[in-house]
Design a binder for this molecule. Sequence first.
Ligand code: NAX
Length: 335
Amino acid sequence: MSSIGAGSRKPVHVTVTGAAGQIGYALLFRIASGQLLGPDQPIVLRMLEIEPAMKALEGVAMELDDCAFPLLHDMVLTSKTEEAFDGANWALLVGSVPRKAGMERGDLLSVNGGIFGPQGKAIAARAAGDVRILVVGNPCNTNCYIARSNAPEIPAERWFAMTRLDENRAKIQLAKKAKVPVSVVSNLAIWGNHSATQYPDARNARIAGMGVFDVITDHGWLKKEFIKDVQTRGAKVIEARGLSSAASAANAVIDSVKSIRTATPWGDWHSLAVVSRGEYGVPEWLQFGFPVRSDGSIWEVVPGLQHDDDAKERIRITTEELLQERDLVKELVPS
Ligand code: NAX
């Protein structure tokens, strides 16, 4: 491609795996239009698919071409893992194998582990020195843990698994219940696993700066239905749509990357599953959903939040599930 019109900024290479899938289809156009990295940042999209999906991927690439996005500097379509991650600055690991009828959680974990281990190695071997990785493909916490553990050369702080869709789901539920705009709901953390054991934390969340339990007086709803609704929202979308969440998941990818690479508004936090360094008693090295704030380059787990007994028990359960997942994939992780 000639350099005419390519702009003065160096393109950022963004790898998307599973690019011909439904989240890919909702995500790629937003990345190419500048919604991921801003309106002045040229992008090279590196799209990975398995061989049988390459034709579909070519169709997606034709549509990307036909949008004539000024920021889309180039596209790489490949079924070769190492080529996909070559020079990647951001790696969005979306592709994975869905759970099929009769598949146990352990089978799902090992099938996906077979994908994420090699991808971790390929990222370590080929990505750019500043690569940051967001894992979306489920089970995302443990897939991220597998990939990260296979890439010891990359600082563990550069790896994220996505709990942002759960955060967004929780915020809209609170906003509807309180009859306020969702923009005034803040400080919503999802603790633990992106699964039905996750703990959406209304106790520490705020509505227009006030405690959620002070604004919403139906505490029974907050303690039970709210939590269950967030935990099972994905299943409800599948029931209604016949397909799993895709546009909202792609939106959460955009939100996640934004909350990593830009400063968190003062006093707020967002939900990301990051490597545990033992915060809040969570075992080290798990990829765990925490409240996270960023200054635009460095992030930290927000310290000092209080949990009542119910919250502690819920966090214990989700931690236990992640420990079980870790045990199920131990052969996929170098010791
Ligand atoms: P699709 O089945 O539509 O697409 C997945 C794509 O991945 C397919 O095109 C497939 O060919 C590709 N793929 C499979 N193995 C691959 C490999 N080894 N390398 C590259 N590509 C590969 O699923 P989609 O709806 O796009 O969902 C993708 C993943 O996101 C699933 O695991 C899903 O469970 C997960 N989700 C995670 C969410 C989260 O909040 N963390 C929410 C949404 C979604 O459920």
